[in-house]
Design a protein around this ligand. Sequence first.
Ligand code: HPA
Length: 249
Amino acid sequence: MSKIAVIGGTGMNSWPGLEVLARIDADTAYGKPSAPLLRGRVYGVEAIFLARHGEGHKLPPHAINYRANLQALAEAGVQRVIAIAAVGAIAPWFAPGEVAVPDDLIDHTWGREHSYSDGRPGSVLAHVEFTHPYSPALREALLAAAAAGGVQAAAQGVMAVTQGPRLETPAEIRALQREGSDMVGMTGMPEAALARELGLDYACLAVSVNWAAGLSPAGAGIHDEIHASIEVGMAKVRAILERALPGLA
Ligand code: HPA
């Protein structure tokens, strides 16, 4: 049994270094997850990896079966989930290539199967508490690992989650800025809420890969910025995971 799972997204669609011991072709009451769960060894411990966008990175954010993904992990015995997310930066302190451990979120997604509490026979009506949408204990562990590894990681941040797959307009980004968002991604919800409904500890390592629309000081294209920064940020993520996993598995 692996207690810890990593869900990887853009920039981490596979986990270099993971020695795969088993491919678990899960099938849940909510359907199949994005990809087989890869159970393996990394940094001296057992862990599970799930490619959020599927093998070959084909699933857009709104077409991901988040319920099947989290359910499959829970059924595999996972108790803790570290979500890796490439995001656009809204806050001035979050330049491309930087990493943050967000502590709050605002959900702008729609039309996604976003709850196990869906009124179907057998489902339970539950209003899960979401005052701390990311597990404080798991966030602390990630931040301690970053500090121990000498990796700079912002200790908080508000993540806005948009529907995608298109990027935002500058006016939309200004609106997100006014509501208090520091970063914007497309996959953070309903993933975080479903993990909470299942009682899993869930935290996110957010990698800034571009300035959000209209905010680039250099006026650079978003895709050029992503290209230039994503590997810098993902190297930091791997360094944090290397320190964190032995204490979490
Ligand atoms: N907006 C939304 N999602 C993103 C972005 C962005 O600018 N960059 C990476 N994921």
